[in-house]
Ligand binder design. Sequence first.
Ligand SMILES: Nc1ncnc2c1ncn2[C@@H]1O[C@H](COP(=O)(O)OP(=O)(O)O)[C@@H](O)[C@H]1O
Ligand SMILES: [Mg+2]
Length: 324
Amino acid sequence: MGKKIAVLMGGKSAEKEISLMTGEQIFNALAKNGHNAVKVNLDENAWEKIKKENVDLVFIALHGRWGEDGTVQGMLDIMDIPYTGSGILASALGMNKLIAKKLFSYENINTPLFLAISKKDYKDENKLCLFFEEAKEKLGSPFVVKPVSEGSAIGINIVNNKGEFLEAAKKAFDFDNHILLEQFIKGKEVTVGILGNDDPVDFPVLEIVPKKDFYDYEAKYSPGGSEHIVPARISGSQQEKCRDFALRAHNALGCRVFSRVDLIVSEEGVYVLEVNTIPGMTEFSLYPEAAKAMGIEFSDLIERIIELSLQERKTGTKTPSLKN
Ligand SMILES: Nc1ncnc2c1ncn2[C@@H]1O[C@H](COP(=O)(O)OP(=O)(O)O)[C@@H](O)[C@H]1O
Ligand SMILES: [Mg+2]
């Protein structure tokens, strides 16, 4: 039977535009599947609207902060309204690349070497120059500069020298009080979709090929900026490694229902970059495309997510505990 579902979208994060596209796509699929769907923009009136609509479920179609990071999940927990995807803790951990990488290291999940800088150090140019020297020594050159909590390749730059580093740090600090300096991994970019609660399944490894060999990550991730190949053109053992790391990374953060894990496959090994707890769901998005390669059409995928989410909210702990 059809359910009453609010699609929570928009908001004010840097990824608002993608959220609106994701929300639209989900809304259409829900209507097609016979649900009574209503779009709700994330603003201060959203909660009252959700309450008044007396919904069975909130489908969270938000990316980045204020939505993918546990904040909205916390509010819905307080209101006792079921919602899609991971709970508060996993969402917050997925949003914080620094803490996530520390957990990956603990779980022996390979991730690029890293250093972190906070904004108070940024004010001191001498200190910043020392960080540059330390990064060059520890991470090699070039290295990557990114905000700790952002998505969609926002604020990410690759730096070759001190001048570029100072510029990249300034840009990254526009988005966050903490930034990551990360070892640059040259290799094939891949992503693995995960679906499920206690025994999640992984989708075939999807390779992302930029149309041009450029280092502007934001351009690469805009529609048409890259091609997708499934299964990825990597060896059988590399596929295995990607799948193993992706599943373990998903579990290390305590994710539920679904996620998408970004990795880089180089000649030296496989590296996990991050876990996206609410992957993009637009028509050109990676997660639905990988699901399709597994024979799961978009509308069926949405139904699976609803089912798993309702099951999780009913039986799971609302804040998933971290597995050993
Ligand atoms: N350490 C790295 N080495 C090489 N490329 C990287 C590295 N970190 C990020 N990138 C590039 O930037 C993209 C986005 O980085 P990611 O860490 O996944 O952040 P987000 O997707 O949240 O913006 C990656 O898909 C990749 O193209
Ligand atoms: Mg990513």
